[in-house]
Design a protein around this ligand. Structure first.
Ligand code: FAD
Ligand code: MLT
Ligand code: ZN
Length: 471
């Protein structure tokens, strides 16, 4: 690294926006505290042009760049390595709304906009921005795009990729690609937008995006449902899909074991359903028609589910505040698990038709090989997405348990995922956490194609090296 790099960067950004020494500390460790890296500097640009100049400067100095948004990702993608030779490029100052196009129903926002503020700005204009996840108060739209985040509304509105119509990206060569068109159709060759979405900062730096907006629903009904086993849970989902069709916006599943942990850390988050059922399902319906229509539909579907013997108990939220409490219970699963200790996380998808068999078989295997280990299974069941997390038996030290079993448990679960035709990453991405797992489970041809893309777009390996794929 040339000695004058820091001075060059200070000249580009101003001295206050090149953080060094202890000022870097908050940017070096991920949300779960699983990864801590070192860096030369943390850069805080506030324009696309500044980012382009930074990339050219760093590339010339052979210094690699780790893009960073809210640093809430679960795979260590935004955390630098331990060499101390990388720079972090945090996009938080790039937080302007560039345009709201009411007729086109789109919003053009910079990468550093906090997700929750985008939801709020959209709502002020009478629109819904449907991306929603537990970290929405701190994750940023650039990070959401770079990880192709999912969350709790995917069932109705799709994941971040489905919500994006256009991107502005700084390439690994420091060029600016202006793809900020709000078009719903554009078949002009390769899908560059699609390529950058989900690339976790390894192919380009996303600086702005055109995102879709939707009309705000006027009525929303939320219910908690008790089910005794996973086949009933899938049958309830299929019933809602058939009868509520596009009014079904959320279908989340929480096991007894995962809720038990939530109550341990957040005693107010008690399950209002009787007898702590094996499976608690949170369902949300929303509509643009009258309140009565959705409420009646929800009651009818629940009545049928009771008649069919699928449901043993259900509570419909009577007001928004109770609905929020149900969602809080769901969101606190992650917070409780973080407080308890760094468990072994799995963010997997399985085809719904294979999901029951996957859970029955995998639960049995985990119980056989790791007696007493806690299976903290919950997730976006409507999308076939499980967070199938494994914690040590009660009272056993997390660090020791993970050190002895981490690889074997990941291997066991990912082999099961492969066997049942699933994916080892549904929504959190790969980062540094699953680099080897991706190599083992993506398939050789697909993995080589990914490496070829990285090689073609970033031959000097300037952007987030050794995340997603190594070249
Ligand atoms: P970061 O963590 O900063 O970065 C993530 C990756 O994107 C890194 O590889 C980084 O290099 C890259 N990156 C960031 N910004 C850019 C950019 N502008 N250009 C190029 N690359 C960039 N995720 C879900 O999908 N669904 C959930 O339901 C969900 N719930 C969560 C709940 C909690 C409590 C927490 C803490 C996290 C949750 N997450 C969830 C994970 C996380 O919030 C998402 O992955 C989110 O999209 C990350 O955004 P971020 O701004 O924090 O990105
Ligand atoms: C969620 O759905 O709450 C998240 O993706 C978080 C998790 O995996 O813990
Ligand atoms: Zn999730």
């Amino acid at each position: 690294m040339p000695e004058h790099l820091i001075t060059d960067l200070q000249n580009i950004l101003g001295i206050n926006y090149v953080l060094i020494n202890e000022d870097m500390i908050p940017y070096l460790t991920d949300w779960r505290k699983k990864f801590t890296g070192k860096a030369l500097a943390v850069l805080l640009p506030n324009s696309t042009e500044e980012i382009a100049t930074i990339v050219k400067t760093c590339s010339k100095a052979s210094v690699s760049i780790v893009p960073q948004g809210g640093h809430t990702g679960f795979c260590g993608g935004a955390t630098p390595d331990i060499s101390g030779k990388q720079v972090i490029l945090n996009l938080k100052r790039m937080n302007q709304v560039r345009q709201i196009d009411v007729e086109n129903q789109t919003i053009t926002i910079e990468a550093g906009c906090i997700l929750q503020s985008v939801q709020e700005i959209a709502a002020q204009q009478g629109f819904l921005f449907p991306l929603s996840l537990g970290a929405e108060g701190s994750c940023m739209i650039g990070g959401n795009l770079a990880t192709n985040a999912g969350g709790t509304n995917v069932l109705r509105y799709g994941n971040t990729r489905d919500l994006c119509l256009g991107l502005e990206v700084v390439t690994a060569q420091g060029e600016i690609w202006d793809g900020l068109k709000g078009l719903r159709k554009d078949n002009t060759g390769y899908d560059l937008r699609g390529l950058f979405i989900g690339s976790e900062g390894t192919l380009g730096i996303i600086t702005a995006a055109v995102m879709k907006l939707y009309p705000l629903p006027i009525s929303q009904w939320t219910t908690l449902i008790a089910a005794s086993d996973i086949p009933s849970t899938i049958a309830i989902l299929n019933l809602f899909q058939k009868r509520a069709t596009s009014l079904l916006t959320g279908f989340e599943m929480m096991t007894h074991e995962s809720l038990k942990l939530t109550v341990k850390h957040f005693p107010k988050m008690a399950n209002p359903l009787k007898n702590d059922p094996p499976f608690t399902i949170l369902v949300e319906l929303s509509d643009h028609e009258s309140e009565d229509h959705v409420r009646k539909l929800l009651e009818d579907i629940l009545a049928q589910a009771f008649d069919d013997g699928l449901v043993s108990d259900a509570v419909i939220a009577t007001n928004l505040s109770q609905a929020n409490t149900f969602w809080q219970m769901r969101e606190h699963l992650t917070l409780a698990q973080a407080q308890e200790g760094a468990n072994l996380k799995h963010d997997i998808t399985i085809p719904l038709s294979a999901l029951s068999a996957f859970i029955l078989e995998t639960d049995a295997l985990v119980k056989k090989h790791y007696p007493g280990a806690r299976i903290l299974n919950f997730g976006h069941l409507g999308d076939g997405n499980l967070h199938y997390n494994i914690a040590p038996p009660e009272g056993v030290d997390y660090l020791a348990f993970n050190m002895n079993n981490e690889k074997a448990i990941h291997d066991l679960i990912y082999e099961q995922v492969e066997h049942f035709g699933g994916s080892i990453s549904a929504e959190h991405g790969i980062g540094q956490l699953k680099l080897a797992d991706l190599r083992n489970h993506k398939g050789a041809v697909a993995h080589e194609l990914m490496k070829a893309i990285k090689q073609a777009l970033d031959p000097k390996n300037t952007l987030n090296p050794n995340k997603v794929v190594s070249i």
